[in-house]
Write a protein that binds this ligand. Structure first.
Ligand code: IFM
Length: 477
């Protein structure tokens, strides 16, 4: 088997016809609380696992932390003005759990909620639909101290927190996402340990994944009860997983990694069951004794939308004795029970994250979710790329990022033509921000941020995206 044909990955845009998206297509941009807000100790905010992790020497590049980040907490008005200039139809942000519940339980910290009330009101005043994510990785530290996501009780705490946010904002927020990328929370946070809280134990990662999904299900039930007209969903990060060849060992490696990366979440959330082959693959890691009667019914509580985050494809091959996979999310213990599978690089263009650029993978992913899992409306809730940007005469000409967006929007359009009910697209990210373990060394934004002065400069990609939104599609090139 050879790899599917790949598009030109970056650089100048190829000659292409114009494309128009369906009326009402929701054009957005996304961020997350810990990545942009700063104000880490203000107005009663408590510590999260990311505060603890980033302040632990050696955990993030250059010891970077989210203490100040983009100082969005103090620049809310001017940042929303930038969104309005872009013409965004929607803005996807996350609520910081430790701002709302500093200890992870108990009554709400009203000062923390006030920040989100102001944000939402400001968005609405500018005609921008708020899209609220409840959990983008910043677990209150006291809950981690009590066991974190591997502990079942954390799921119940999450539903309580969801209720507090629904009570405060449910009258003006229509779109609610429970979790962002539970794979990262579980397998990077508790498996490889390259993300907070930095624990490294395959069985705990599997338990964390289950309790994240249980928390999602309980939160969906709580939100549904509190706000019956809200549109509820979850966001998963998905990858096509290809075998490097037709050799049975490579095909089996692809099955295993697809199980851990994609089906671990898609099947319980949308089909109400763990895949049998995955459970068998994990037999030496866990007996799934943490799964209680009724959990899977809760986890698969009916949703209104599904969010897909897409960045790249995995190509994998059978283990070679003595050879270990390399780094970051390829780190071995992200893949409990399949640590020895090799991740193959194909030599196609990559972003500054070293992630291969693969726009057809987005089409494949959207089609798969629709054809194998659900008829629900889908949204690309994140898609984007890090590149090294340079400010020249006060401008940032990020042609590679722009080409990345262009290629992935064309793939999104193709998905719609193929019958996928794709209703919106959120660029990651509105602005450069704290890229987790990479600190501020990776830039994903359409808006450049100078972290010393906090000056924002819309890059070429931002101006281009504004035109895409204005036209509801792509111009001919
Ligand atoms: O920055 C992250 C984001 O927080 C979650 N999805 C992937 C992005 C790029 O790594």
């Amino acid at each position: 088997m050879s790899y599917p044909a790949r598009p030109p990955a970056s650089g100048a845009l190829a000659e292409r016809p114009p494309l128009t998206f369906p009326p009402g297509f929701l054009w957005g941009a996304a961020t997350a609380a810990y990545q942009i807000e700063g104000a880490a100790t203000e107005d009663g905010r408590g510590p999260s696992i990311w505060d603890t992790f980033s302040h632990t020497p050696g955990r993030t590049v250059n010891g970077h932390t989210g203490d100040v980040a983009c100082d969005h907490y103090h620049r809310l008005d001017s940042d929303v003005a930038l969104m309005a200039e872009l013409g965004l139809k929607s803005y996807r942000f996350s609520v910081s759990w430790p701002r709302v519940q500093p200890g992870g339980s108990g009554p709400a910290n009203e000062a923390g909620l006030d920040f989100y009330r102001r944000l939402v009101d400001n968005l609405l005043a500018n005609g921008i639909e708020p899209w609220l994510t409840l959990y983008h990785w910043d677990l209150p530290q006291p809950l981690e101290d009590a066991g974190g996501w591997p502990a079942r009780d954390t799921a119940a705490r999450f539903a309580d927190y969801a209720t507090l946010v629904a009570d405060a904002l449910g009258d003006r927020v229509r779109y609610w996402t429970t979790l962002n990328e539970p794979w990262c929370s579980a397998f990077l946070g508790y498996g490889s340990g390259v993300h907070a809280p930095g624990r490294s134990d395959g069985a705990e990662a599997v338990r964390a994944g289950h309790h994240l999904m249980l928390g999602h299900g309980l939160a969906v039930q709580a939100l549904r009860a509190a706000r019956p007209t809200a549109e509820l969903g979850v966001t998963v990060n998905l990858y096509p997983v290809d075998p490097a060849s037709d050799a049975p060992g490579d095909v089996d490696a692809a099955r295993r990694i697809d199980g851990l990366a994609n089906r671990f979440f898609l099947d319980p959330l949308l089909k109400g069951a763990y895949p049998e082959d995955l459970v068998a693959d994990l037999a030496e890691v866990t007996d799934f004794g943490h799964v209680q009667d009724g959990d899977l019914a809760t986890i698969s509580s009916p949703l209104d939308v599904v969010g897909v985050n897409y960045y790249s494809r995995h190509v994998v091959a059978a283990p070679i004795e003595g050879q270990q996979p390399e780094k970051y999310w390829r780190a071995p213990s992200c893949w409990p029970g399949s640590e020895d599978v090799r991740f193959v690089t194909r030599g196609v263009p990559v972003t500054d994250m070293d992630w291969e650029i693969d726009a057809p993978g987005l089409l494949e992913t959207l089609r798969r979710v629709h054809e194998e899992y659900t008829d629900l409306p889908l949204y690309v809730t994140e898609n984007g790329s890090a590149f090294v940007d340079t400010v020249v005469d006060g401008e940032v000409d990020d042609v590679d990022r722009l080409a990345y967006f262009d290629a992935h929007l064309r793939a999104s359009h193709e998905a719609i033509e193929a019958g996928v009910p794709l209703r919106g697209y959120f660029a990651w990210s509105l602005m450069d921000n704290f890229e987790w373990a990479w600190g501020y060394t990776k830039r994903f934004g359409m808006i450049h941020v100078d972290y010393d002065s906090q000056v924002r400069i819309p890059k070429s990609s931002a101006r281009w995206y504004a035109e895409v939104i204005r036209r509801n599609g792509l111009a001919a090139q």
